[in-house]
Design a protein around this ligand. Structure first.
Ligand code: GLN
Length: 490
């Protein structure tokens, strides 16, 4: 891997501040790494000219002493974020050729703080998936392989491009989004750190909508501190998103490395599911021991409605998606397939533009919202959602954060679950509850399985309490001392 691409974001920012190297230099190293990584299919659009222009402008700012907190740092952007003048397709054929005339708030915040854009990262179509295989532009490949094996593994999804790019050192950090686990599960599958902030922390404006009451943007990077640095820039109130939180953004980095002594960590018994690999159970125990050693108190808690979370999620998310995706009619964005009349044009455009999984979600969503089924499914799911949030509120009476595995498996092979939607949905079992309750969650790499694949632990916090997660995450990071890196084969 080329010279400067292996640095952490923090080390790169220090190097830039000390003028050890320029943004142009670190950006050129990244452009070369990205160009040489087509086997991973992590980037769907590369923007080297734009990156160099941004890097040179950053170097000019540095020389006059007015650099921002991310000045000169090359980042990758999940293709769900609209970027002005740069094709943004959300992994879908129906948005092919769509060049937004505006910039999402989150990416605007990153550019305001001086970051450099390397390109757009592949993802599951409209962020629906857990393996990146629903992308219209082909699956992303995980840079990790089993020891001695050469099977192609999934980087997880839907932010698989972000995860793969961060793990393979194709950017210093990346944006991602999480509706049901799409930041945390790919982070776990690739040995990276992923943070899903409290709902409303980051503006949704300019992010292609999947399920608006669940969607939340967050960072992925190689260390806990790097995600804290990124989140500070990404977050903030935005009048253009009515659900954006109007609160000062804390200095998340200041929580990293802070003592966690005396914090009470809840272990939810319902997360001990049947069929979970013993290694994941063992890693969970290890995580408990690490936090105990760091001075935390461990308490058993119960989240009794956990078993209804996946069914509720797979009603609410498709319901919202069916409504959000109604706008893709061939008139305003991307693809248009002409028919004999307007209705036929709509039908043909949607039939050809959407992939199988997206169509499945639209059908499920339309069904659960239709007269006669609305009360039985959608309304019921909303009630379950309330109960799930109540379970967490109850848990916060006796603990300050929760520790669980991030996913019930390590990265699986491409193709392994793609014919079985239910098996795929089951991979989200530990992550969807957090979105239903709007809480912050984080995945931290904590070890490898017997085959040498990374595994993650998940921390769940109270509303708006990302700070505690950054402290706990860095405690786990320190104890785990996770240094394994994928062997370069691409
Ligand atoms: N895997 C989940 C789904 O397919 C979550 C996706 C996400 O968080 N965007 O809906």
């Amino acid at each position: 891997m080329a010279g400067l691409t292996g640095l952490t974001l923090k080390a790169a920012l220090d190097g830039l501040a000390n003028k050890t190297f320029s943004s142009e230099e670190i950006t050129l190293d990244h452009i070369a790494a990205v160009e040489a990584s087509s086997a991973l299919n992590a980037y769907v659009v590369q923007t080297p000219d734009k990156a160099l222009e941004m890097a040179r402008a950053s170097d000019a700012r540095r020389s006059t002493g007015d650099a921002g907190p991310l000045d000169g740092a090359p980042l990758g952007i999940k293709d769900l974020f609209c970027t002005e003048g740069v094709e943004s397709t959300a992994g879908s054929m129906i948005l092919r050729g769509f060049k937004p005339t505006y910039e999402s708030t989150v990416t605007s915040n990153l550019w305001r703080d001086g970051a450099v854009m390397l390109g757009k990262l592949n993802m599951d179509e409209f962020a629906m998936g857990s393996s990146n295989e629903t992308s219209a532009w082909g699956p992303v490949v995980n840079p990790w392989r089993t020891q001695g094996g050469n099977a192609q593994l999934t980087p997880g999804g839907s932010s698989g491009g972000s995860a793969s790019a961060v793990a393979a050192e194709l950017c210093l950090g990346a944006t991602a989004t999480d509706t049901g686990g799409s930041i945390r599960q790919p982070a776990a599958f690739t040995g990276t750190v992923g943070v899903k902030p409290t709902y409303g922390r980051c503006s949704r404006w300019g992010i292609v909508a999947f399920a608006s009451s669940l969607d939340q943007a967050g960072p992925m990077a190689r260390t806990v501190e790097d995600t804290a640095i990124l989140l500070r820039s990404m977050a903030g109130h935005d009048p253009k998103d009515s659900t954006s939180i109007n609160l000062e953004v804390p200095d998340f980095g200041s929580f990293c490395g802070k003592s966690v002594k005396g914090l009470r960590i809840g272990i939810p018994k319902e997360y001990r599911v049947d069929g979970m690999p013993p290694e994941i159970d063992a890693l969970w125990e290890q995580g408990i021991a690490w936090l105990k050693d760091a001075g935390c108190e461990i308490v058993d808690v119960s989240l009794p409605h956990t078993k209804y979370a996946l069914p509720a999620y797979y009603i609410i998310a498709p319901a919202e998606a069916s409504s959000n995706l109604a706008r893709y009619d061939g008139m305003r964005y991307g693809l248009r397939v002409e028919g004999a009349n307007l209705t036929e044009t709509y039908e043909k455009t949607r039939a050809q533009g959407f992939g199988e999984e997206v169509k499945r979600r639209i059908l499920i969503g339309t069904y659960v919202l239709s007269a006669g089924y609305y009360d039985a499914y959608y309304l019921k799911a909303l009630k379950v959602r309330r109960r799930i949030a109540d379970d967490f509120d109850q848990a916060w009476q006796t603990c300050d954060a929760l520790l669980t595995p991030t996913a019930p498996s390590a990265a699986f092979a491409l193709g392994e679950k793609s014919d079985d939607p239910v098996a795929m949905y089951l991979n989200d079992i530990f992550t969807v509850t957090v979105n239903l309750a709007g809480l912050p969650g984080m995945s931290v790499p904590a070890g490898v399985d017997a085959q040498g694949l990374p595994l993650g632990l998940q921390l769940i916090g109270r509303n708006l309490d990302e700070g505690t997660l950054f402290s706990l995450g860095s405690a786990i990071e320190k104890a785990a001392d996770f240094r394994a890196r994928p062997q370069k084969w691409w």
